[in-house]
Write a protein that binds this ligand. Sequence first.
Ligand code: PHE
Length: 347
Amino acid sequence: MSEGGNPLLERLAAIEEEGVAALRDAADEEALETARVRYLGRSGAVADVLGRIGSLPADQRRPVGQKGNAVKRALEETHETRAAELRMRESARAAADRDLTRPGRTAWPGGSHPVTAVIDEICDIFRELGFTRVRGPEVETEWYNFTALNIPLDHPAADVHDTFYLEDGVVLRTHTSPVQARTMQTHQPPVRVVVPGVCYRRESIDASHAAVFDQIEGLAVDEGVDFVEFRSTIEHFVRRFFGAETRTRFRPDFFPFTEPSAQVEVSCTICGGSGCATCKGTGWIEIMGSGMVDPAVFEAVGYDPERYTGYAFGMGPGRMALLRHGIPDLRLLHEGDVRFLRQFAST
Ligand code: PHE
């Protein structure tokens, strides 16, 4: 060889031959990178030879340095060429994979929150029975939230410990019942309304309580509205919402704005009534507070209590959504994790 027996020059010639072959024949990007590191890397073959130049006699250093740089350039060029080839091959393959007959990847357009869906469903059932859907303000006066509903301001419910006061006499409504009074003040009987909306209470948050929660209020007032209409309306609603086999029972309760008052319970939607964790072994689940409108409320809003009678009810659609879907914890509905909520969306 013309390198005149200099072992480093011979070594460089061998590196060039091997390295060019390895880079040129690299099957994929990974193999190419392995070869690059091996020959061109910081502790690769070329660097190793160049690092040993210092130990050569002075007159041999220059040719080794020049040859080393030439080998490096040759390897770099081969690397670049091969890298370009591999990139082209990859994009050609991607193009071939593009099957134009496959269904498109569509974005999820979103869907109703399970509580929103339940609210709509409940209001739809009552609409068939002649109830109009109305709304009222979330910021209320004490008069609408308590006084008009026959709740004295020294009642525990009006206590600052249960109620968010914004300023003197102004609260975040603790229930949707104030919309009963607002509706009766502005409309003469017959009145049949359902009122969905957000309510606020100073609650410690747990599996069944939230400080910000939805309610749906119902109110029916006319001449001759009696307990039978009340009861059959609620029973009809329960069968429509939970299924024809679901039984309903009314248990005595107390609310200042209804008399008599009843707690409505349904046969457990999870176990069918035989007793389980959801119904705490009783076979029954409470779904709403209700009762015949107390004459004191009619007086507060200017209705003639001798002429009109009515019934009212209030339920929590969050709780109804838990029962509908068998969800164990109310917090899951409020955290807003789309991965969880999406499974209940109809879209
Ligand atoms: N407002 C009551 C509550 O929040 C529920 C209710 C509504 C009871 C209407 C009777 C009639 O607990």
